[in-house]
Design a protein around this ligand. Sequence first.
Ligand SMILES: Cc1cc2nc3c(=O)[nH]c(=O)nc-3n(C[C@H](O)[C@H](O)[C@H](O)COP(=O)(O)OP(=O)(O)OC[C@H]3O[C@@H](n4cnc5c(N)ncnc54)[C@H](O)[C@@H]3O)c2cc1C
Length: 382
Amino acid sequence: MDFSFSEEDDLLREVLRKYALEQLLPDYASWKERPFPREKIEELGELGVLGIRIPQEYGGMSGSFVSLGVATEELSRGDFNVSYFLQLGTIAAAILGNGAPEEIKSEWLPAVASGEKVLSFGLTEPSVGSDAANLATMALPEGSDFLITGEKASITFAGFADACIVFARTGGPGARGISSFFVPLDLPGVSRQVYSSAGGHLSRRGSLFFDSVRVPATNRIGEEGVGFVQAMTAFDFNRSVIALACIGTAMQAMDETILYTKERTTFGKPLAKHEGVAFQVAEHLAQLHAARLLAYEVLSLADAGKKHTAESAMAKWLGPKFSVEAIHACMLLHGWSGYGTDMPFSQRLQDVIGLEVGDGTPEIMKSVIAREVYGREFAAYK
Ligand SMILES: Cc1cc2nc3c(=O)[nH]c(=O)nc-3n(C[C@H](O)[C@H](O)[C@H](O)COP(=O)(O)OP(=O)(O)OC[C@H]3O[C@@H](n4cnc5c(N)ncnc54)[C@H](O)[C@@H]3O)c2cc1C
């Protein structure tokens, strides 16, 4: 087994860590009060990180999944929520790249890679999240068009996305009746509502409403009935990307805490010399390291074109869980100052908790692992 990163990925890590700590971290908590500027998204585009997985012919980098993981981990050290742009850019590349007609790909993928346009992913609805195969949004054929009606809930970037990959029912009940559609969000019949959230303010999560929104039939992505498989295939790699976003944020908190516990003294010695403190740091580092290796294993499997569904669900369960635990400990180890909002710990904690839920909860991750181990005939929903 080879545990080393390529020279290019080492360089990417170095450049992005510097950018994250100098350009993102100082403003991290401020996006609660003001919108994340479009110029800043375009700056990410200039760094090349939004199009890592977008083919070069469409303005991207044609990079590996491992490179995507490195970029996500490093940028999340500065601002966890910036990782959403990488996730959505990659999901767009995967779903549009594999199924959208040429005119959509050539117009939208370069715009996503440059940061000029932002895409969203519309699967969840008010009544279905974990049980997404039961979604109710309808896409009814009318002449050479489809009319889409329904509400998509808890959508990252709902407040400002330019388009959405909308999953809607075109056939009978269950997963096989679902197709995906590319829907520009300036079409008549689209409206938005932004939620007030515990964290993740930058992402302006909310609902997208579709009231008989008319799209040409050519905006259906891929064959009829393959939408659910497209969504699950995207989850397979994105769950490890999410794990690395959480771990990057937690590792930055750990690094800050290691420095702090060397400097702060109680009872005549540095905090780090109290075993009760140093052992906490050791335990969280060990947990984060294990989850990190797992996440990179998944991305290597994805690069090799090998199956990684169970491993990715494991990473998505453990990455956010260990990160939440680590950040919580870092906050406490900073004492009264860690609880203040001028320190980033509470923001990090609230942000990372969001992705304990998003893209699949711990229970759903465990049911994916169990299904892969026992076989589909033992799945609870069968
Ligand atoms: C920060 C954030 C960003 C998100 N971004 C997006 C996005 O961009 N696009 C999108 O489509 N969705 C998005 N989501 C939605 C997310 O994917 C769903 O919230 C998630 O899949 C869970 O669905 P739910 O909220 O409906 O919970 P439910 O499915 O109602 O589950 C509620 C609780 O019950 C548990 N539960 C459910 N079923 C079972 C079971 N069979 N066995 C044991 N326990 C069970 C769950 O684990 C959970 O704890 C986002 C959510 C968050 C928090």
